[in-house]
Design a protein. Structure first.
Length: 416
């Protein structure tokens, strides 16, 4: 089996190799191919991966290339974690909205829109290359914003894919930890969009304990406790950007406060220095500060479910196809799916609770407009998307904000 990592020069790649090592008995990988456009990072990460694999005595060859089609030859699974524009583009995504008094975040709000506009075209090129070179391979995507990318892939390519995020597993795990319940005893209903999801029901040993779970998490969540109790559902931590945008912006504008992108840029520079050390053969503790914890387990769970035809229930992003009432069939939703050799198939959920329905539908309209803008290279559709976003208050703010955002992104958006 051949595993390809597109964006293999990422500082996160050793997390995936660690997952490969832990899951090696079940997933018979014989070659890992790292592909990246940055030759220096590719060389550093290839060496690091070889040392990690050698430390554990696995018979796995590590290859590398800057040629995407060559990397895909003979691939069974294609993991993708690209960052178009690098960390500097992320910092712009954060700082420009913040200068207008809006949330600046790489997946949420205007910054998330720009990341999607930069990312969707190369993701669709990757999908076309997969169709041509390894049509039976599965694309395992966790390139952000993964929900919007999922919608683009599902509606504008024929590639087989699973788009995922470690967030739902993390939040569900925290809920169960706070109510002192082992995961095997619980079943948690999760629904919404990527980074806009909600635990709507918690069952333990067949009994509904949702209210007890809400009470347990309320004081530990980055969303106001009274509001969680009023809402009657447990939101993903990203919902603080929607429920408390003023507080988020105020905190981000404190003197000397770095954006998350600036912090990660510093961490990445140190990680690359560590990875270049020929004596290092295991992932360093610093990687935990990089973010994205849990992606490896989530990615390998999806690959194993496909490879072994397990038919497991997993929470991923998939096209709606009638699973959630009130959203288009072609909309990407974050939902429990059955994952087997045919990929993910959403489990019917029905109507969204009214208290979250409006926000989900509003953000979904923004996401679908963003996909359309990226696919068509349309400034008009991009403006429609920006105005549709709940965090953008008015045309008077949106117009100059769009100009600033497009100016910063012209290297990647020829139509800007």
């Amino acid at each position: 089996m051949k595993l390809v990592i597109i964006g293999g020069g990422s500082s996160y790649t050793p997390e995936l190799i660690d997952g490969l090592i832990r899951h090696s008995p079940a997933l018979p990988v014989r070659e890992v191919c790292l592909m990246d456009i940055d030759e220096k990072r590719l060389e550093i990460l290839s060496g690091m991966c070889r040392r990690m694999i050698a430390r554990h005595g696995l018979d796995v060859k590590v290859t590398s290339t800057t040629d995407q089609r060559r990397a895909l030859e003979g691939a069974d699974f294609v993991n993708c974690l690209i960052r178009v524009g690098g960390m500097e583009a992320r910092i712009n995504d954060e700082r420009i909205p913040l200068s207008f008094g809006l949330v600046g975040q790489e997946t949420t709000g205007p910054g998330g829109m720009m990341k999607a506009l930069r990312t969707i075209p190369p993701m669709l090129r990757l999908a076309r290359d997969i169709e041509a070179v390894c049509p039976d391979a599965w694309l395992i995507n966790y390139t952000n914003p993964s929900g919007i990318v999922s919608e683009a892939l599902g509606n504008h390519s024929r590639a087989q894919y699973v788009s995922l995020c470690s967030g739902p597993n993390h939040w569900i795990g925290e809920i169960l930890r706070l109510i002192h319940v082992e995961p095997a005893r619980a079943n948690v209903d999760w629904i919404g969009l990527n980074h806009l999801g909600f635990a709507t029901r918690v069952n333990v040993d067949g009994a509904d304990v949702t209210q007890a779970a809400i009470a347990a998490v309320s004081e530990h969540w980055p969303v106001d406790a009274e509001w969680i109790q009023t809402l009657g559902a447990i939101p993903a931590s990203y919902l603080r950007y929607f429920y408390h945008p003023g507080l988020v912006v105020q905190a981000a504008r404190q003197p000397g406060q770095e954006t998350r992108g600036q912090q990660v840029k510093r961490i990445e520079a140190e990680l690359l220095r560590l990875y270049a050390d020929p004596a290092l053969d295991e992932k360093p503790e610093l990687l935990d500060q990089r973010g994205g914890g849990g992606y490896s387990d989530t990615a390998f769970a999806a690959m194993l479910a496909i490879h072994e035809n397990r038919g497991e229930r997993q929470i991923v992003q998939a096209l709606n196809r009638g699973a959630v009432d009130g959203l288009p069939d072609g909309a990407s939703v974050e939902i429990a799916c059955v994952v087997d050799r045919l990929g993910p198939r959403p489990i019917r959920f029905g109507a969204l609770p009214l208290a979250i329905r409006g926000l989900v539908q509003s953000v979904k309209a923004y996401e679908s407009l963003t996909v359309a803008a990226a696919v068509n290279g349309s400034r008009q559709m991009a403006m429609q998307a920006l105005m549709a976003h709940p965090l953008v208050p008015s045309w008077e703010v949106a117009k100059p904000l769009m100009e600033k955002l497009l100016e910063a992104n012209r290297p990647w958006l020829p139509w800007a």
